[in-house]
Design a protein around this ligand. Sequence first.
Ligand SMILES: Cc1ncc(C[n+]2csc(CCOP(=O)(O)OP(=O)(O)O)c2C)c(N)n1
Ligand code: SF4
Ligand SMILES: [Mg+2]
Length: 316
Amino acid sequence: MSETITEVRARVPQSEIPVAVPPPVAERKGLTKKEIAADHPTWCPGCGDFSVLALYFKLIEKRKLGHEDFVSVAGIGCSSRFPYFVQAHGVHFIHGRALSFGSGISLSRPDLHVFVFGGDGDAFSIGGNHFTHTARKNVKLTYVVMDNWVYGLTKKQTSPTSPLGFKSKTDQWGAVDYPINPIKQAISAGATFVARTTSTNPNHVLAMMEAAMDHDGFSFIECLSECVEFYEGAFDAANPRKGGMFMEIPKNHDTTDEVNAYQLAGADFPGYFGIFYNVNKPTKNAKEADINKAAMEKVKGLKDWQILQKNFDRLR
Ligand SMILES: Cc1ncc(C[n+]2csc(CCOP(=O)(O)OP(=O)(O)O)c2C)c(N)n1
Ligand code: SF4
Ligand SMILES: [Mg+2]
């Protein structure tokens, strides 16, 4: 009969028992672009969204993020297919509800970088309320809206950012409803970081994403991203390669000046690009963390079932 480990230990002197040496802890390296590029994106060739995806990969690589550091969330739309193309934690959620899902992740896991992606329809039509309320609550996450001024996935309906006169399947004689201004809307809703960029200027997109990611609060980026299928040439006026003009926000703009930010946002298209507004304000994450801490103090030392019992006893 073979000896048990206890018997061996009793017989062999302690110094002769080999000690298992744990393997050296591998140095944690950030993910590479190659590692997180997932499925071949199903976007139309030439779609502006490709550029945003490529720059997101670059951001993850540059900031040395690992799978355990970030999550990508989206609603529904061509742009919202984004998380499928990222080989990392991600969610393709309900139309217009990406911010609610992202808020839940951010509040329960404040250590993560939560990136939410979507389109103009997802963000400002069906998701309009969530946009307002996530902004006013100052939930710590980054929201990148790929604005193409049209519903792409459903093949050309008028969106909240389509300009007057835009002919679509829902406005065959040209859009009659005034478009919203996403930057003004974000500022007035209470967003604490508001920026605008365009997918045809990669360095600028990356710079805006980096700044947004570093912001402690709700950071919003409107990124013009052309739908080559249903709104070709929409942003040529903002693209120097197409004879347009890429105008950065004046260097002397005070990004804490809400009124000035609002005024700059009102410039006629192609308008300004850069950070319009950037202020520090306590986040919902920080406030809730304080509430949770105080609540945990009150039940210190109790088992979960005892806490539950206490609550039910109180309801009697
Ligand atoms: C509840 C619900 N309503 C409507 C739709 C149909 N629908 C899918 S995507 C979309 C609009 C997408 O537009 P946008 O957010 O601008 O994304 P894009 O495709 O332009 O990137 C609509 C209306 C849906 N999927 N679910
Ligand atoms: S339909 Fe438009 S938004 Fe959708 S993938 Fe094609 S070009 Fe992009
Ligand atoms: Mg759209």
